[in-house]
Design a protein around this ligand. Structure first.
Ligand code: AMP
Ligand code: MG
Length: 478
């Protein structure tokens, strides 16, 4: 195990329109308040030594390989030139097993892309991001990860003064759909080619020598996103800000700001305070994924064919696979969630009817599947309704047809139905304490969230919490 970071910066081989290597903005009194020992170990770093690198995690150290990335993006449908306005990639770290990851600071001060913003972040939102990304990872969903949170000792202004913080995140790369949009808008075709080749080398090196590598690359991104979003849906996750700049080429999730897990099942659920039209509502996420991928495909068109018509055909061929892949992953997952080992005709109608019952009875998404898994049929909110009873009977019949021992059925369900998710009331409590300087509740919650499929956690973590009198809201740009 190593104790020293030895960063590389392959990204800087791209033309300098893709990045900025500005100055650091040191803070006075950095204090390490959260550190992810598990992640440090999995990266091949000696956690204790790394924990002493508070200056590094605070953005106080000038690192030769550091840069902020330029990108563009469709934000709620509107195209804008963006970039890392409050983030700095310290460099790329190659793990002992040869995996290259970016190590990025968020909240480390203004950059060339800050557009008047302060480049800073507050403790609360960084704790939220830490909690949610760790929960996603434990749920088996590809995501960037949180390594550390440092309190800067400085106040920042949001709605009133807040404690400043810097979050250290680790990702397979920070290449986004928006990075390609930036290359196409600010650069030349050569820049798009250079970026695509870089992305292929980094994420799909087996395609390097393929004659149609750009088409296949698009296909890979389509596959990764279809699976990612299907898996979000299956745990009731709502990202809240699926702008094209928040969609990684790697298929990892990122930017857990205005996101939350759905409690009461409703396809129109929105948590983001600014999403008045429900663009990023739960049921819209799969469509937005497809829309975002079409924006990626547009940037690649000059690389996909000799003529525009040919290129559009090639792009469409890959884009249409999205729906197939999404449906396959989603409906197979849903079948597993109700204990069906192999999905067959009629199963989608069965799960559809379950969702309809859940909607009508305002059922808790996670706990409905949890009750089914535990065989606690009487606690299902639709258990006493005639159509509910009919569903339970049809479900039991279908389960019986499989001829599997009950323990095998339960095993399948347990793999797909988390018992604990980051419940909004727990996340809020942890954030509130963290803002007051107590990170104990965050650590306690993290312990539970790291084992989402463990059914033995206390009921306190399973409960959706007290009924709300107003919709739960989360915020961007905090
Ligand atoms: P996000 O909603 O976190 O994906 O951010 C969207 C864009 O706004 C990105 O380009 C961010 O870098 C930028 N941004 C958000 N907050 C700030 C801030 N406080 N200062 C500068 N840029 C910011
Ligand atoms: Mg973002």
């Amino acid at each position: 195990m190593t104790t020293n970071w030895n960063f590389e910066a392959s990204y800087l081989e791209l033309r300098d329109i893709f990045y900025d290597q500005g100055n650091i903005h040191p803070v006075d009194k950095p204090e390490l308040v959260l550190f992810n020992t598990q992640l440090a170990e999995s990266l091949g770093l000696a956690p204790v030594a790394i924990q002493n690198e508070v200056d590094l995690f605070a953005g106080n150290r000038q690192v030769e390989t550091a840069f902020s990335q330029a990108y563009a993006g469709h934000q709620f449908g509107n195209f804008t030139m963006l970039g890392d306005g409050r983030a700095l990639i310290l460099g790329e770290w190659v793990t002992p097993n040869g995996k290259r990851v970016d190590v990025q600071l968020k909240g480390s001060g203004p950059t060339a892309y800050s557009r008047g913003g302060d480049g800073r972040a507050a403790v609360g939102p960084m704790v939220r991001e830490y909690l949610i990304s760790e929960a996603m990872h434990a749920l088996g969903i590809p995501t960037n990860r949180a390594l550390a949170v440092v309190k800067t000792g400085e106040a920042i202004m949001r709605q009133g003064p807040k404690h400043g913080a810097v979050l250290t995140r680790v990702a397979s790369s920070h290449l986004r759909v928006g990075t390609f949009q930036y290359a196409a808008a600010a650069g030349s075709i050569d820049d798009v080619i250079a970026l695509a080749d870089y992305a292929i080398r980094r994420h799909d090196p087996d395609l390097m020598d393929a004659p149609n590598r750009y088409e296949q690359f698009l296909g890979r991104v389509v596959e990764r996103q279809a699976r990612l979003i299907a898996n979000w849906q299956l745990v009731g996750f709502i990202h809240g800000v699926m702008n094209t700049d928040n969609m990684f080429i790697s298929g990892e999730g990122l930017d857990y700001g205005p996101c939350a897990f759905m409690d009461t099942y409703h396809p129109h659920t929105v948590f983001s305070s600014i999403d008045h039209e429900g663009r990023y509502a739960y049921a819209n996420q799969p469509y937005i994924g497809s829309w975002n991928l079409a924006r990626l495909a547009e940037t690649l068109l000059p690389l996909l064919g000799e003529t525009k018509e040919e290129a559009v055909d090639v792009a469409n061929k890959q884009l249409t696979r999205y729906t197939e892949l999404y449906k396959e992953t989603y409906f197979t997952g849903l079948a597993h969630k109700v204990g069906l080992y192999a999905r067959k005709e009629g199963d989608d109608a069965l799960t559809d009817e379950l969702l309809r019952l859940m909607l009508e009875t305002e059922a808790d998404y996670t706990n409905t599947f949890r009750s089914l898994t535990l065989g606690e049929i009487e606690s299902l909110p639709f258990a006493t309704r005639e159509d509910g009873k009919a569903w339970i009977q049809a479900w039991r019949k279908r389960i019986g047809e499989q001829g599997l021992p009950n323990e095998d059925v339960v095993r399948i369900m347990r793999q797909y139905n988390p018992s604990v998710i980051p419940r909004n009331h727990h996340v809020e409590k942890a954030i509130l304490s963290a803002e007051r300087g107590d990170f104990g509740p965050t650590e306690a919650l993290l312990q539970v969230l790291r084992e989402p499929y463990n059914y033995d956690h206390s009921s306190e973590y399973v409960s959706p919490g007290p009924p709300r009198t107003y919709p739960y809201q989360t915020f961007c740009g905090t």
